[in-house]
Design a protein around this ligand. Structure first.
Ligand code: TYD
Length: 140
């Protein structure tokens, strides 16, 4: 059963010297799924929220490459709030987790690495439908 506690934080390789910082993510090495898609969310008004859905099969890594935001996770039984505010830290999210991204700082950028191409059929966009899917054992 999908759990908010399976959504783990990962340190990403980070090279720092007097010229600044560099973070590197290599497909097949640094992320536990094949990366098929990359997108980013920016220019989010402070009181706005993003996501507000669950996925049936998609795995994702969320990274705050600039600024900060909170990810509110919900597995249908428990909620957990994770703050992302380091460009060398990624939050791993699997299927069966309702997520909402809130509390955006100015200039925040959410980088998302995803395991599949965009497919609307993979989304559950109603929280009631999500709870029904959890109750039906859709996320073993
Ligand atoms: P949406 O899923 O609502 O964004 P959020 O992550 O905040 O829930 O996506 C906004 C719009 O962008 C929606 O019309 C679908 C489209 N979209 C794509 O075409 N491809 C993508 O990879 C993503 C993530 C969204």
């Amino acid at each position: 059963m999908a759990s908010v506690h399976d959504c783990t934080l990962h340190r990403i390789r980070h090279v720092h010297d007097e010229r600044g910082s560099l973070v590197v993510i290599e497909a097949g090495r640094d992320v536990p799924f094949e990366i098929k898609r990359v997108y980013y969310i920016f220019d989010v008004p402070t009181h706005s929220s993003r996501a507000g859905h669950a996925h049936r099969a998609l795995c994702q890594l969320y990274i705050a490459i600039s600024g900060s935001f909170d990810v509110v996770l919900d597995d249908g039984r428990e909620r957990r709030r994770v703050t992302l505010n380091h460009p060398d830290e990624g939050l791993l999210l699997g299927p069966g987790i309702w997520r909402e991204i809130v509390n955006f700082s100015g200039g925040a950028v959410v980088l998302v690495l995803a395991s599949a191409y965009y497919a609307e059929a993979d989304y559950i966009r109603s929280h009631d439908a999500f709870l029904a899917a959890v109750a039906a054992g859709a996320f073993p």
